[in-house]
Design a protein. Structure first.
Length: 231
């Protein structure tokens, strides 16, 4: 399990633990990591804004403040199904797995009548869920992007040649239904586009990225835009 996935799973585990909480030792055993790693992960969750409480001593542990749970959400059936369709139709998009979890959270807090309408409408929408077999690679790239660390990739060019490269991830981009990682390639000493489906292996290094920015890539095409939501 990659760290991004573990952090999300840890957050959900702490929410489910309720007022009793869960000890670091038990969490370490469940996730197959050391107690030290669990404590680092808990620090990371706190730094990201998750309101975690800690109770020291015998019978102590960690948990999430109950008020931090998602409140009831007011959505029309059409809005809810739009979220389901968008996430289901884009399984190769960055952070798609986390998006699916987020949508399930929203569905769980809809009022029963709306949820019934959503379920009925959702059955009328079909999507192709055939995977491309690059989930592990995508998860690694997501971690590198989120933490802004250099990622080491094994990349196969269109003509078949394979190279090992260290890349500083800058953005993910989609064009014509194909996802790319765009970043500073240390092998070529330049900004490069890497088709995600041609990355056969990826691993996150401990080295932080440099100062390369989105502006170095240039302006997006007229038909493209960031997924940033304006306030």
């Amino acid at each position: 399990m990659k760290r991004v996935e573990r952090l999300h799973a840890l957050s959900e585990r702490l929410r489910r633990s309720g007022v009793r909480g869960c000890t670091a030792e038990r969490l370490a055993a469940e996730f197959g990591v050391s107690v030290r790693t669990i404590k680092r992960d808990i620090d990371a969750l706190e730094n990201s804004g998750t309101p975690i409480w800690a109770r020291p001593g015998p019978g102590g542990g960690y948990g999430v403040v109950p008020q931090a749970n998602l409140p009831p959400v007011s959505l029309t059936p059409g809005q809810a199904v739009a979220l389901l369709a968008a996430v289901s139709a884009a399984p190769e998009a960055p952070y798609a797995d986390l998006a699916s979890v987020a949508v399930r959270k929203i569905m769980d807090v809809l009022d029963p009548r709306t949820r019934e309408s959503v379920d009925a409408l959702a059955r009328r929408i079909w999507v192709d869920t055939k995977g491309s077999g690059i989930r592990a690679v995508r998860s690694t790239l997501e971690e590198a992007m989120s933490e802004q660390r250099v990622v080491r990739i094994r990349y196969c060019a269109q003509q078949g040649s394979e190279t090992l490269r260290d890349v500083e991830p800058v953005i993910f981009a989609s064009t014509n239904g194909v996802w790319y990682l765009i970043g500073w390639c240390r092998l070529r000493d330049a900004m490069r586009w890497f088709r995600v489906s041609r990355i056969s292996h990826a691993s996150v290094t401990r080295e932080p990225c440099g100062t390369h920015s989105v502006e170095e890539i240039g302006a997006p095409p007229a038909t493209s835009r960031s997924v940033h939501v304006e306030g």
